[in-house]
Design a protein around this ligand. Structure first.
Ligand code: DHE
Length: 584
């Protein structure tokens, strides 16, 4: 097979062996049919682990219901929330996967369902039985479970939120000035996923300054506009608010905003800095606006409603990415299953005004363009990117990315030698990288068009990254099945993008980390404040050694390896300055 990018550099690899292995695994194969993904997108589906732990009753029995003991039902329910609800929905009404309500499942019957769970389907249903993920008994149990009415997990409204809300240090008792000598703007908050903690790491000395307990399977960090408060959300919907001015930064307030959540953000509009925080949940489907000093919950809004195009009711549209507008006092809220982007005006939350923009279904992650005026976000299961004008408050464009399952993180903004300012996303399902023009003033003919497609190492990419001072574009591939690909990063030189088939250099990050045990995945590049170095997580199993590898952006050489027994499963890294100022 001819590699798609035959001219890629191997100079930084340990030897020719890796190039051979990449070509042999076909990760960048020119001949690969367009619709043939590398399967990572199918594996990257939400797991509702917290919901799975909730005790549920068997819904009211009807004659002819399959026999299940309460303990079997509970076990099946846990498996369903952890493995199936991400695609088929908590209430089994369908999301990216089909509806599994009893009217549908009973029509198909027990044997059909059992086979389906055992063998999977070409449409994306995994082969849970033949893969060995579920035993024969478990498949049997799951087939009986989905013939019954779905269990409805509890709601989580104001009484539950207030009961979970704790202010550990009241605003009046907090310092009035910074009490430490930390260079806060160059601090990194690092997700220690399986430890349920974050590490605060100094961007200059690489020293772990502290490790702070947070929510379960902690997910992302965001920083208040002033840079003082760090907000962290766990998958169990627990939010920690950490005061970086304290002598030793610590949690000053916490709250649980639901049962399952993924996103948190804070108000950034001039005049509203640090005033509010917002968190979005997968279950219940809602978002909550909180006081920016204390996390007191002020306003909860449900996202249940009509799917934008069909105008049919969806009972559980999950809240995905939330960003803060720099042009209006608004939060930008992605509602996944209804395909709506909400502009939530926080200037008067008693008379809350929400602009509801029809975009595309299955909205996931996204970020701002270099002017911070436009929000570009992936409707990932539809292979599209929606663009919102945050100044005018309307939809600017919907663009096909010509790849499978775009996953930009917040994307990367580069100044393209041919097309001017552009925004970039890679894909989970194949090796393509889509470059989209973002400059309607200076380059109107290229604006909101996919102007170029690159081919990187392979599918399974989650994040791209650059910095205004960098001349490079970095593309990871942590979910690629090939260990050498998932342990490396591809780097394109921005100047080379003028060529028809730009080369990329491969950085063997895992090899540089010196970790030989396990199959660590290299994930999410994050620049330091000055933009002269980029950090990558070498994400290993929880009981094995992980690391953070620091790369010199000018030379593309290894600069430093951070290793410490407290660095358990590091994944996302959030540089305070870049995160608060939306620099990426
Ligand atoms: Fe994430 C961002 C959801 C799995 C690391 N992830 C996001 C966002 C959403 C999301 C909605 C955007 C938040 C925002 O901007 O407000 N993530 C999900 C899932 O539903 C999914 C697929 C499965 C799940 O059950 O959670 C999932 N995510 C993962 C991981 O497995 C990753 C790789 C490792 C981890 O720590 O869990 C992971 N997600 C991240 C990171 C970001 C993120 C690092 C922020 C990127 C950024 O640059 O802003």
């Amino acid at each position: 097979m001819k590699p798609r990018n035959a001219r890629w550099h191997t100079a930084l690899l340990s030897g020719a062996a890796m190039a051979l292995s990449l070509a042999a695994s076909g990760v960048s194969a020119q001949e690969k049919p367009k619709d043939h993904g590398d399967d990572a997108s199918a594996a990257y589906q939400p797991s509702m682990t917290t919901l799975g732990q909730i005790q549920v009753e068997i819904p009211g029995r009807k004659p002819g219901d399959p026999v299940m003991t309460p303990s079997e039902y509970q076990k099946a329910n846990t498996i369903y929330f952890e493995r199936c609800a991400g695609c088929h929905g908590v209430l089994r009404k369908g999301a990216t996967g089909k509806a599994l309500t009893p009217d549908v499942t009973r029509e198909n019957g027990f044997e059909y369902i059992k086979d389906f769970i055992t063998y999977g389907s070409p449409a994306g249903m995994p082969n849970w039985g033949t893969s060995g993920d579920l035993t024969e008994e478990e498949v049997d149990m799951m087939a009986r479970y989905i013939l019954l009415e779905p269990a409805a997990p509890p709601e989580f409204g104001m009484p539950e939120m207030r009961a979970s809300w704790k202010v550990h240090v009241a605003p009046a008792d907090r310092p009035t000035k910074k009490m430490n000598d930390i260079d806060i703007d160059n601090l990194f908050s690092v997700t220690l996923r399986d430890a349920g903690q974050i590490a605060l790491i100094d961007g200059a000395t690489y020293e772990i300054l502290s490790v702070i307990d947070t929510g379960y399977a902690v997910h992302i960090s965001r920083i208040s506009a002033s840079g003082r408060y760090l907000f962290v959300i766990g998958r169990d919907a627990k939010v920690n608010m950490i005061d970086l001015w304290m002598e030793e930064p610590a949690t000053v307030a916490e709250i649980k905003v639901g049962t399952e959540a993924r996103s948190i953000e804070t108000s950034k509009m001039h005049g509203w800095e640090d005033k509010y925080a917002i968190a979005g949940s997968y279950w219940p489907p809602q978002y909550v606006i909180m006081d920016g000093d204390t996390l007191e919950p002020l306003k909860i809004k449900s996202t249940r409603g009509m799917i934008f195009d069909e105008q049919t009711y969806h009972p559980e549209p999950r809240v995905a990415a939330i960003l803060s507008s720099h042009f209006r006092p608004e939060f930008i809220v992605n509602v996944k299953e209804t395909g709506k982007i909400l502009l939530v005006d926080y200037s008067d939350i008693k008379s809350l005004k929400v602009t509801e923009i029809e975009a595309e279904r299955f909205l996931h992650d996204g970020g701002l363009d270099s002017t911070k005026r436009y929000f570009l976000t992936a409707a990932n299961a539809r292979n599209k990117v929606a663009v919102i004008d945050t100044k005018e408050g309307d939809l600017e464009a919907i663009i096909e990315t010509d790849g499978q399952t775009p996953h930009p993180g917040r994307g990367a903004n580069i100044n393209h030698p041919t097309y001017g300012p552009v925004w970039v996303t890679s894909h989970l399902g194949d090796d393509t990288v889509a470059i989209i023009g973002t400059d309607p003033e200076g380059h109107p003919e290229h604006a909101w068009k996919m102007v170029q497609q690159l081919y990187a190492m392979g599918g399974g990419s989650l994040f791209v990254k650059t910095h205004p001072t960098s001349e490079h574009l970095y593309v990871d591939a942590p979910l690629n099945p090939d260990a050498e690909v998932s342990g490396s990063v591809a780097v394109f030189k921005v100047a080379d993008l003028a060529q028809e088939e730009p080369e990329f250099t491969v950085l063997p990050i895992t090899e540089w980390s010196g970790i030989a045990e396990g199959q660590p995945r290299v994930v999410q590049g994050e620049f330091n404040k000055d933009g002269n170095e980029i950090w990558f997580s070498v994400w290993n199993a929880a009981d094995l050694e992980s690391a953070i590898v620091v790369v010199d952006d000018k030379t593309l050489e290894l600069k430093h390896v951070i290793k410490d027994e407290r660095l358990v499963t590091p994944t996302g890294k959030f540089n305070v300055y870049n995160t608060r100022a939306d620099v990426y």
